[in-house]
Write a protein that binds this ligand. Sequence first.
Ligand SMILES: *[C@@H]1O[C@H](CO)[C@@H](O)[C@H](O)[C@H]1NC(C)=O
Ligand SMILES: *[C@@H]1O[C@H](CO)[C@@H](O)[C@H](O)[C@H]1NC(C)=O
Ligand SMILES: *[C@@H]1O[C@H](CO)[C@@H](O)[C@H](O)[C@H]1NC(C)=O
Ligand SMILES: *[C@@H]1O[C@H](CO)[C@@H](O)[C@H](O)[C@H]1NC(C)=O
Ligand SMILES: *[C@@H]1O[C@H](CO)[C@@H](O)[C@H](O)[C@H]1NC(C)=O
Length: 509
Amino acid sequence: MHILSCCCFFSVLLLLITACIGGEANKRNVLLIIADDAGFESEVYNNTAIQTPHLNALAKRSLIFRNAFTSVSSCSPSRSTILTGLPQHQNGMYGLHQDVHHFNSFDGVRSLPLLLSQSDIRTGIIGKKHVGPETVYPFDFLATEENDSVLQVGRNITKIKLLVRQFLQAKDDRPFFLYVAFHDPHRCGHSQPQYGAFCEKFGNGESGMGWIPDWKPQHYTPEQVQVPYFIPDTPAARADLAAQYTTVSRLDQGIGLVLKELQDSGFGNDTLVIYSSDNGIPFPNGRTNLYWSGTAEPLLVSSPEHPQRWGQVSQSYVSLLDITPTILDWFSIPYPSYSILGKDKPVHLTGKTLLPALDSEQPWSTVYGSQGHHEVTMYYPMRAMHKGSFRLVHNMNFKMPFPIDQDFYVSPTFQDLLNRTQSGRPTHWFKNLQQYYYRERWEMYDVSADPSELRNLASDPAHRHTLEYMKTQLVKWQWETNDPWVCAPDGVLETKLSPQCRPLFNGLQ
Ligand SMILES: *[C@@H]1O[C@H](CO)[C@@H](O)[C@H](O)[C@H]1NC(C)=O
Ligand SMILES: *[C@@H]1O[C@H](CO)[C@@H](O)[C@H](O)[C@H]1NC(C)=O
Ligand SMILES: *[C@@H]1O[C@H](CO)[C@@H](O)[C@H](O)[C@H]1NC(C)=O
Ligand SMILES: *[C@@H]1O[C@H](CO)[C@@H](O)[C@H](O)[C@H]1NC(C)=O
Ligand SMILES: *[C@@H]1O[C@H](CO)[C@@H](O)[C@H](O)[C@H]1NC(C)=O
């Protein structure tokens, strides 16, 4: 062998080895799975009435967070916070995106899919998108309600499996971010009542229901379900929950199919898998509320590189606002320095990367909340903070009745609650409608002593210091996140020169 060719041979070999090592080290992907209105109806969270074998399998390879919260209890706003790391009041997605509601994020927002694609990461979304505008939330691969039926891309788990396969088997060497957004177990009594209150009959093979080949529906009787403290224990609510459980069986099996596709395509060992949901379950005191029942979310984070804490339960307080920082950290992408609405309002993420928790338990104890609208007619601005065992909710428009959404209104549980209230029969609910509609401006609960958040401590002199401390922290976060509502309801924010709250003297305390 000539010296030259020998040299050449070794350099090529060296190049190949470096390429291989480099390729391996950089090969990191993300699969984000978000369920729609899902809660703790799973064995992972100790519900013993339901069977969720595929979530169990994922949990065995995950850190299980039991204090994870969404910052906003509404679909589009929550998805916008997941995909931007910014609360709804900062990214502009104040309410639902579809139809008359028509909410969108600000044009200048640098979302997760945007930042990832700028770093040469392939992005895909399968299922429910429900955010806009398109320029803020661009995806390379897209199969959503925008170009298909949401039942197909969000509930037909065979179709979802095939779409995931198509994405994963594309000839493309870039790392990927795949976002699978199931529409299950959302209600559908408002949109497709022919399939049942939770679309629990869609694709079950019965006449007129169509067939989803990969789904074996799991049925439950109303007697079998566990009724959470915030749901009336009535036959109507139990039947509603039984239907929801059946739909959870489709979600669970769908998750199993998606994870199998990931394994079969050879990405099982280099993909961070995150599972959560957008908001509380669609029952009274749940979705659209900033109480525990409206904001607590399941959260599983599964990293093939961090087996140390697989199957463990973390008590750390984490937020869906942490998902964007976590994924950026996983890909080692810094968050850019920029502003959305003007030079005087620089944007930075107030969430944190969750990766350190995969090594060891973290002392995180604080999360924040911010809600504006659900439907366009449902304006009820609230800000919240949860620290340790205390939750503070600021109901800015507390003099108006709490609004009710269309899809929840027609639900069997709420109709039954209305009927019972109207006819003076026992409601078997932990609140009454009057209390639910009319709230105090400040609500503060000690959830360790009062897990159902019924004893408002805001006017209790014994807790004055805690209240003042939490109010101060909450307002600090509002300033930090450029909250236009920071002075409401007793002041007006004047932003010229130095931003400040100017008093209204409207008598509110
Ligand atoms: C489920 O219950 C067990 C036993 O009480 C407990 O150790 C575990 O933390 C619970 N899991 C969750 C997710 O709360
Ligand atoms: C949806 O859009 C993607 C491209 O973004 C395309 O591949 C897919 O075929 C479209 N689906 C339908 C049903 O049009
Ligand atoms: C679900 O999708 C599969 C594959 O596209 C299709 O064969 C099946 O008919 C669909 N089922 C329903 C209920 O739409
Ligand atoms: C993942 O890694 C484990 C242990 O290193 C190995 O046993 C398994 O075969 C790998 N799986 C894949 C899909 O590469
Ligand atoms: C509630 O009352 C209305 C009218 O009185 C009736 O149509 C409806 O079926 C009732 N719903 C439930 C869940 O009892």
